[in-house]
Structures are given as structure tokens and as C-alpha cells.
Design a protein around this ligand. Structure first.
Ligand code: ADP
Ligand code: MG
Length: 951
């Protein structure tokens, strides 16, 4: 029983108010066939929509089975339409892209009935209207009458209490109309059917009751229904109906079906949406390629120029800064009234000297070894490398069989000390740190006793202990003969990219004749022209060459007096020891690959970290080191105390020192004592005669020593000079001995001795190389070191020269600018593509207004409607994403060719990273969803009555 109580409804269009219904009251029985007659515009549809819950009344009440609908919420209306009402429209309102059976199923689909049950009930309803055999056709394959029967089946599928038909025969010919009317009459047997029509004949023939409307007012009622007393008195209570619900899968299936029927259109829409994605993907690919290229260059540069921290260093920037160009404005004094000194070069030298410092690498290594150190965050793939100055010599024989010291060619020859040989051995491939090392020793005047030969270099080890050779080395060098070393006694010969090795190195390795080298050096020193050998040396010669390694500690022999003597410069002694020396096997010849990005190996001989470790261990266990460690006060080389406590000890040490000297050394010492005394005698001519200098005394001794009396000092034999020195020392006063001590004797130091013997603490590397992968990380590392410096004492601060920073501080800025530009491009294309997708979704919603109305009429809630639209936009987004990625991948093929052609090399490769591709597809889905939210909200909010009026 349906009671319509004084319902009014107005439509406002601007200022114009149209009273569609004006205080209409009518009660309808549970089972009757009501026809509503009236001219067009009289409010028939409005009344029907209000009864069906599609439209809301302004005032009055609609009472359903004694329940007021005044307090109905949206979801109550949805459930009411879904469960209680079946709609039949004049224009059928079938969803064109769904099959007949799916159309009939709609109300069941919306209420979440399982598929099989849905199908069975839909087929049953189709049977009832006699269309079972057309179940799988599409609406446009049926005639008007058939379509209207489908609509009736759809209205009946939920077995509703009320069927509402709005001019169901309005678009049909009279024969078909009769069929439909028969059907409705049948339907009305056990339920309420309300039919709007303007065909009075049909109404009179079929309807059991006729209600006439005119201008929104009820004019006549052929069979008014007076509601029985008691039920009228029953208070109108609010009652919740079951909720219409539709699963997400259903909405996806619905949308998918819809899209499937419109393949071409969906494809076009997706393609339009994908343009944005293509844009982003292309820019992303190019920027990935460019970034990879830039990263590669940065990594290569940083591999070639790591942050190098030496145990002893000076600040290169202090000189570089001073050298750069002429006077700066601040330096100009603008004085024009006289002569002024230019102190820049003096100050520069002072700066340089002041900047020489020792770095406390022991503490710094502790800091670096801590995995939580700030620096660690920025260290690149090559890691941090510690190097140690192991002490050893290498000997070999030249083609003539001459013994050659790899550090000085002809052992005992003059070559090693000549500046010419020092300079030539640097070679063109000398690394930056070699240069600094050399400048260092020139500046400090210190030489590194027993240092490894210049041509021998440790091959950079890998980051893991198991990797004897770093990946950087293996990536940038190729083996031209043999193999990489795998043990401590295997080495490789490193060539430069032109297959060359410095000439000196070839002499040092005994591959060329030592005699030629000595001659060449003497010609250079004499300022004569030289001829250098240029001929080919076979690889096999290098591989066959026998190299004998003698660690520093083994180059000292203990004498009967317990003192050690250095024999590294004694060819005979060395020759005796070759049979027991470690033989280094040259197992391979390597050279940089073409276009090598970094060449961390200098030309010469490369040995492995295994040898370094072995040498460190060897020094620790050697006898000389053990002896020196046993007596830390006394130098094992000369028996002198390292630091004499008083003059008496100094005098004693002076005597001991002189006694250890050989005849020629004594003679040399006597000579220098004499010359210094003569000089002193001349300059101090006016001095009081009482004070004799050591030389004058000795001069006297020589005269008296008599064997060659009357001869001049210059002519005295070595033996005589030595004897006179002995005599002088024997009778000298303590003061005189102290003077000799200060002038000639040095006790050395415990630490220097251990260093010379090759003792190395693994905690104290000589050099630390920190490798970053990018300039930015290198800057971070510099900052981290500054932070470290702020936490330690003044003496423990780390000083180093940032060569890369000096060379290319502006490059980082350029790279950042490029990155930002690329990011900006990507952002712009992102925005453009979002807008595009939003517009497309919006258009799609506008186009489907009618469908939304149908869905709502069948009981779909607002949420259901937006769900369907979201599912659809999601699917379109997915398609757009996939198309975008596919098209991008295709475009990249010619794109890269173009890029390579334009740039002129193959270094920049535009590639779409797989992760980015996945993210872009997800992004496309997300964007379409966001872009579709406003339209789908709009769709959901759409008034169903208005939506259905839309054509
Ligand atoms: P009928 O179905 O009898 O032809 P309707 O119920 O469709 O008439 O319309 C009744 C009146 O309400 C008409 O004057 C129509 O113009 C007006 N009307 C209907 N719907 C709207 C609307 N959404 N906005 C404004 N006026 C409307
Ligand atoms: Mg109408």
C-alpha cells in the first residue's frame, strides 16, 4: 500500500518557479493497474519519479506500507529502488554496451547477487517476456517492442512490489503497444503497476484505475482507495531497508565490459592519456642516460683523482691560490709616491713551508674504519684505500749479466743520485702523488731510506679482502700477455696505452744494458747529445726476466761486534744473497683498455697487496728489528745511543763513531776538519792565540806525525790522515769531542731505524685514498673531514689537497643545473599529462550521464556509481600507462640513434629504468583516478531524475 499525502514539487529555473506537483494526495492498492493520464507537462513523470524514489518531494509525505519516508537517507532510497521498485521507461533506457541478459541482471548486479543466481533469474525474467533466445544480443540488435520487453524483464527481475512505467508504449506502434500492455496487465496481477500514458484508449482498456493530472493537480480518480481506519491510525515509523551493495570486482567487470564494447574509443582515450606518460618516460629516459653519463664521468674522475691524504703533506691550494694571475684588487696599494717592495713570492714561500705538516693518519684511519663515520656515507664503489711504504729493493741482471738495482740501475754506479736520472724516471705517466712526493722530498730534504724502487707500484686491491686486484683496475686494463698476479711473488709489467714503459724503468728492470744507461747519464751530465734506444722488446723477454726481491731488513748483516752493516749497495754481498732472495715472477703484461676511464696503475711493475702484507710481516719478524726492539736506547747500526744524556756520553759516542769508520771515511773526515779550521784561522786572525781549533791541532799532529814530515797537508796519504784523526780523537778534550759529535755524528732515532728496516704499523698508512662516486659526494667527504678536524686537536687535523675541487669546482654547479632542468621538464610533463587525463575522464562522464541515471534508477548508490567510474578511469589509466611505456620503448630505438648522431658518440644512452616504467604505469593509474575523481563525484551526485531526462 502506497500513500501519497499532499505532495508538492517545484522546479526552479532561475527566477521562474514551475509547480510540477501541487498538493497531490492519492493512495494506491498493493495490487492494481493504475494509469496516470494527462497532457504533456502536467507532472506525470514527476509524480512517477517521486513514487519511485528517483526524485524528492518538497512537502507532504510518501508512506510505503505504513512507513513514512520523510527521514529516508540516500541509502534507504537506493535500497527502496533496488528491492521494491521496477522501472520501465518510454525510451527503454537499456545500457547499449551490455548484452540483453546483462541489462536484465543490472538490479541484481547492483545488489551483489552472485553471478550464477543472477544469470538464472535474468533468464527466467526474459522467459517471462518471451525473449529467452535473445539473451546474448545487444539492445541495438532488437526491435523497439523487444527492447521494451527487455526493460520490463529488467524491472521484474528483482520481483519488485511496484512496477513504474513511464509512457512504455510512447515510442511503439499500436500492435506492439498491445503486446506490451498485455504484458503489463499480466505483471499487475500480483503487484502494483503505475503506468503513465497519454493514450486514454489504452488506459481504459487495460488499467483497473485511471488517475488524471492537470498542471500538477489531481483532477480525477476512477477508483479512489479509502485507507482503512486502523491502518491510517497506525503511526508512521521509520524503517531501514536492506542495503544495496555492489562489490568492487563487479564494478570493474561492468567497466571492463563497457570499455570492451568500445575498443577503438578506449584505445584512443588511452592513447591520449598516454601522451603525457610518453613525455615523462622519454624525458626520464634521456635524463637517466645523461645522468648515467654524468655519473660515469664523475666516478671516472673521482677514481682518477681520489681524495689523497699523505702522512706528510703540504697544502697545494696555498700555492695555487698565490699563483693565479696578477695582483688582486686587495693586494694593490695604489701608492704612487715611491718604491715599495713586492713581498708576494717571499710570502708564498713562507706559506708553503708553513703548510708542510704531518698528518695523524693513525687516528684518522680509526675514524674511517668506523662504519658509522660520516665519511663512510659518501664513499664510492672503489672504497677507501690505504697504502703503506714497504721497504725493499729489487735486483736483476741486464743482458750483459751486470747486476742492476731496480732503484738505481747499475749498482754502485752514479746513475741513482743524478738529478737527470731522477727526473727521467718520473716519466710522463707519473701520478699526481708521485709529483707531490718528489716535491715533498725536495722541500723537506728528507729521503726515504730503503724506499721501494720508483718503478714498482702496488696494484690497487679490491674492497674485499678476497679481491687481490680492484675492479677498477681490471675494468680499465687488459692483459696483453700472461695473466694477472694471484700470489705475493707474482707481478705484472704495466705498459701505457701506447705500449710504452719509461726508458729508465726498462734499464732498471734489466731489459736494456746498464752500461748504455751509465753512458747516457754521463753524457747528459756533461751536456752532450744523446741517442735513446727505441727498438721493440718482446713480451716474452719481460716475462722471462728474473727479479730478486730483498726486503729492507735483510739488507743488513750483523757483525761480530753485534752491529749491523748495510750491504744494499754492495754488489758482491747482494750477489751472494740472490739465490735465497724472493724471486718475483712477471706473470703478465697489461695495458690500459681503449678509452680507459681511469688509469690507477703507473707504467712499470705492479705487485699485489699480498706482497705488501708479506713484507710487513717479514719486517716484524726479522732479526734486526728484534735486536733494535730489544734495546731501544742504542742504535743497532753503529752502537750509539739515540739521544745522549750529557756531554760525557756524547764524547764517548764521538769516539765510538770515529772508531767504526774505515780508513777512507776517516781521511775524508780529517780533511773536512782541516779545511774548516783553516777557514776559521783566516777569519779569526785577530783572535786570542790561546784557543786552538781542532784543525790547527790536527795540522800540528800531521806535521809531527812525521812519516811525511815537510809535505803539505793536501799531499798527505789517506792512511796518514786517518792516523792523525785517531791521534787527535785519542787526546781530544770532552768539549772537542762534543763538537765532533755535533758536527759529524748522528745517533739517528729509534723510529727512523725501524722505518728504514721496513717496520710498518697497519694502523699508520702512508697514504689514504678516499674514492667517491660523484663530485657532490666528494664535497660531502671534504665536509666530513672538516667536521672531523673540528673534533680533534690542532696537531691531529688532517690536511690534504683537493685536486678535483681545484680543477673543477664549477662542474658540480653545471651538473646540478642540468639535473634541475631535467627535473623541471619531468614535472611540467607530469602536470600536463594529469590535466589531459582529467579532461578525458570528464568528457567520458558527461557522455555517460544517461547510464548513470539508469544505474541510479536500478538502485545503485552514489558510491556504486563513482566506483564504476573509478574502475573505468583506473582501467583507462592502466592502458594509458602500458601504451605510454610501450610507445616510449619503441621511440627510444630511433631516439637513441638520433641522440648518438647528434652528440657524435655512443656515450649517452637514453634508457627507461624498469622501476621507473612500473612507477609510471602506477602513476598513470593514480593520475587518471585523481583526474577522474571530480567527474566521478559529479556523476555520483547527479540527480537521477535529471540524468534520465537527458538525451
Ligand atoms: P509530464 O511528464 O507530465 O510531461 P513532467 O513531470 O515531466 O511532465 O514535468 C512537469 C513540469 O515540471 C513541466 O512544466 C516541466 O517543464 C517541469 N520540469 C520537470 N523537470 C524539471 C526540471 N528538472 N527542472 C525544471 N523544470 C522541470
Ligand atoms: Mg513525462
Amino acid at each position: 500500500m502506497l500513500q501519497i499525502q499532499s505532495i508538492s514539487k517545484q522546479y526552479k529555473t532561475g527566477d521562474f518557479v514551475c509547480k510540477a506537483l501541487d498538493d497531490v494526495s492519492v493512495s494506491l492498492r498493493d495490487s492494481e493497474f493504475v494509469a496516470i493520464l494527462g497532457p504533456s507537462g502536467s507532472g506525470k513523470t514527476t509524480l512517477l519519479n517521486i513514487i519511485g524514489g528517483l526524485d524528492r518531494y518538497d512537502s507532504g509525505d510518501l508512506i510505503i506500507n505504513g512507513v513514512s519516508t520523510k527521514r529516508y537517507k540516500d541509502r534507504d532510497w537506493d535500497a527502496y529502488r533496488n528491492h521494491t521498485i521496477g522501472f520501465v521507461f518510454q525510451s527503454y533506457n537499456l545500457i547499449p554496451h551490455q548484452s540483453i541478459v546483462s541489462n536484465v541482471e543490472l538490479a541484481l548486479t547492483i545488489s551483489g547477487v552472485p553471478r550464477s543466481e543472477r544469470r538464472a533469474r535474468a533468464l527466467h525474467a526474459l522467459e517471462q517476456v518471451g525473449l529467452a533466445e535473445h539473451a546474448n544480443k545487444r539492445p541495438n540488435q532488437l526491435s523497439g517492442g523487444q527492447m521494451q520487453r527487455v526493460a520490463i524483464a529488467r524491472a521484474l527481475v528483482n520481483d519488485p512490489d511496484i512496477v513504474l512505467a513511464d509512457e512504455p508504449t510512447g515510442a511503439l506502434d499500436s500492435d506492439t503497444s498491445v503486446q506490451i500492455m498485455d504484458l503489463l496487465k499480466e505483471v499487475a496481477k500480483d503487484r502494483l503497476v503505475v503506468m503513465v500514458t497519454h493514450n486514454p484508449e489504452l488506459a481504459r482498456e487495460y488499467a483497473t484505475r485511471i488517475i488524471e493530472l492537470r498542471d500538477g493537480v489531481l483532477r480525477s480518480d476512477s477508483d479512489p482507495y479509502e485507507v482503512p481506519e486502523q491502518s491510517q491510525e497506525k503511526p508512521a515509523v521509520h524503517r531501514r531497508l536492506g542495503r544495496a551493495s555492489m562489490s568492487f570486482a563487479t564494478s570493474v567487470a561492468l567497466s571492463f565490459n563497457n570499455l570492451r564494447t568500445k575498443k577503438a574509443r578506449t584505445l584512443l582515450t588511452s592513447f591520449a592519456g598516454s601522451i603525457g606518460i610518453i613525455g615523462i618516460a622519454l624525458i626520464l629516459s634521456v635524463s637517466t642516460g645523461v645522468n648515467a653519463y654524468i655519473d660515469g664521468i664523475q666516478r671516472d674522475t673521482m677514481t682518477a683523482y681520489p681524495i689523497t691524504i699523505d702522512s706528510q703533506t703540504f697544502d697545494m691550494t696555498s700555492i695555487m691560490g698565490a699563483q693565479a694571475g696578477g695582483r688582486t684588487d686587495e693586494e694593490k696599494s695604489a701608492k704612487t709616491d715611491g718604491i715599495y717592495p713586492d713581498d708576494r713570492s717571499v710570502k708564498q714561500t713562507a706559506n708553503l713551508t708553513n703548510s708542510i705538516t704531518k698528518n695523524n693518519l693513525t687516528d684518522f684511519k680509526k675514524y674511517l674504519d668506523n662504519p658509522n663515520s660520516e665519511v663512510r656515507k659518501y664513499v664510492g664503489s672503489t672504497g677507501i684505500q690505504y697504502s703503506y711504504d714497504v721497504k725493499f729493493s729489487v735486483f736483476d741482471h741486464d743482458p750483459d749479466g751486470t747486476l742492476v738495482n731496480a732503484d738505481g740501475v747499475d749498482i754502485g754506479g752514479t746513475g741513482s743520485s743524478s738529478v737527470a736520472s731522477k727526473m727521467t724516471s718520473m716519466g710522463p705517466s707519473a701520478s699526481m702523488s708521485d709529483v707531490t712526493g718528489m716535491q715533498m722530498s725536495m722541500l723537506t730534504g728528507k729521503t726515504d731510506t730503503n724506499a721501494a724502487p720508483d718503478s714498482f707500484h702496488e696494484i690497487m686491491p679490491g674492497t674485499k679482502d678476497s679481491q687481490l686486484i680492484s675492479k677498477v683496475v681490471k675494468d680499465n686494463y687488459r692483459v696483453v700477455r700472461g695473466a694477472w698476479p694471484t700470489t705475493k711473488d707474482e707481478v705484472v709489467l704495466v705498459l701505457d696505452d701506447d705500449n710504452k714503459v719509461p726508458l729508465t724503468t726498462l734499464y732498471e728492470l734489466g731489459l736494456l744494458k746498464a752500461a748504455d744507461y751509465d753512458e747516457m747519464m754521463s753524457r747528459i751530465d756533461a751536456g752532450k747529445k744523446i741517442n735513446t734506444p727505441t727498438g721493440r722488446i718482446d713480451y716474452s723477454k719481460a716475462l722471462d726476466q728474473k727479479l730478486y726481491l730483498i726486503p729492507a731488513a735483510d739488507q743488513y748483516v750483523k757483525g761480530d761486534d753485534g752491529r749491523y752493516t748495510y750491504i744494499g749497495d754492495n754488489a758482491d754481498e747482494i750477489a751472494k744473497r740472490l739465490s735465497t732472495a724472493t724471486q718475483l715472477k712477471v706473470v703478465g703484461v697489461v695495458k690500459p683498455v681503449k678509452d680507459a676511464s681511469a688509469t690507477p696503475l703507473a707504467a712499470g711493475v705492479g705487485y699485489t697487496r699480498a706482497l705488501t702484507n708479506d713484507l710487513i710481516d717479514h719486517a716484524d719478524s726479522s732479526a734486526i728489528v728484534a735486536d733494535q726492539k730489544a734495546d731501544k736506547e742504542r742504535n743497532v747500526l753503529n752502537g750509539l745511543t739515540f739521544s745522549p744524556k750529557d756531554d760525557a756520553e756524547k764524547a764517548a759516542d764521538a769516539k765510538t763513531y770515529v772508531s767504526t769508520l774505515g780508513v777512507s771515511d776517516k781521511a775524508a773526515m780529517a780533511k773536512t776538519l782541516l779545511t774548516s779550521s783553516q777557514a776559521a784561522g783566516q777569519s779569526a786572525a785577530g783572535q786570542a792565540a790561546g784557543q786552538q781549533t781542532a784543525g790547527q791541532q790536527m795540522y800540528g799532529a800531521t806535521q809531527n806525525g812525521s812519516a811525511a814530515a815537510g809535505q803539505s797537508t793536501g799531499a798527505a796519504s789517506e792512511q796518514q790522515l786517518a792516523d792523525s784523526l785517531d791521534a787527535y780523537v785519542a787526546s781530544a778534550t770532552q768539549d772537542q769531542l762534543v763538537k765532533i759529535y755535533d758536527a759529524y755524528v748522528s745517533g739517528g732515532s729509534y723510529d727512523d731505524n725501524l722505518a728504514a728496516f721496513g717496520v710498518i704499523s697497519r694502523d699508520a698508512p702512508s697514504t689514504i685514498n678516499i674514492y667517491a662516486d660523484s663530485f657532490e659526494n666528494k664535497d660531502h667527504i671534504s665536509d666530513a673531514i672538516s667536521n672531523y678536524n673540528a673534533t680533534v686537536g690542532k696537531d691531529d687535523r688532517i690536511v690534504y689537497t683537493d685536486y678535483v675541487g681545484l680543477m673543477m669546482s664549477s662542474v658540480t654547479t653545471i651538473i646540478n643545473v642540468i639535473s634541475y632542468v631535467l627535473i623541471a621538464f619531468v614535472s611540467v610533463s607530469l602536470v600536463v599529462s594529469s590535466i589531459m587525463i582529467g579532461i578525458i575522464t570528464y568528457i567520458s562522464v558527461l557522455e555517460r550521464t544517461k547510464e548513470i541515471g539508469i544505474l541510479r534508477a536500478m538502485g545503485a548508490s552514489k558510491r556504486n556509481v563513482s566506483q564504476v567510474f573509478n574502475a573505468e578511469t583506473g582501467i583507462i589509466g592502466l592502458c594509458a600507462g602500458l601504451i605510454g611505456i610501450g610507445v616510449t620503448l619503441l621511440l627510444l630505438i630511433p631516439g637513441n640513434q638520433l641522440l648518438h648522431h647528434a652528440i657524435g658518440n655512443n656515450d649517452v644512452n637514453a634508457v627507461l629504468p624498469p622501476l621507473a616504467a612500473v612507477i609510471l604505469v602506477l602513476l598513470s593509474v593514480a593520475l587518471t583516478l585523481v583526474g577522474g575523481i571530480i567527474p566521478s563525484r559529479k556523476a555520483a551526485k547527479q540527480d537521477p531524475a535529471t540524468a534520465l531526462r537527458t538525451e
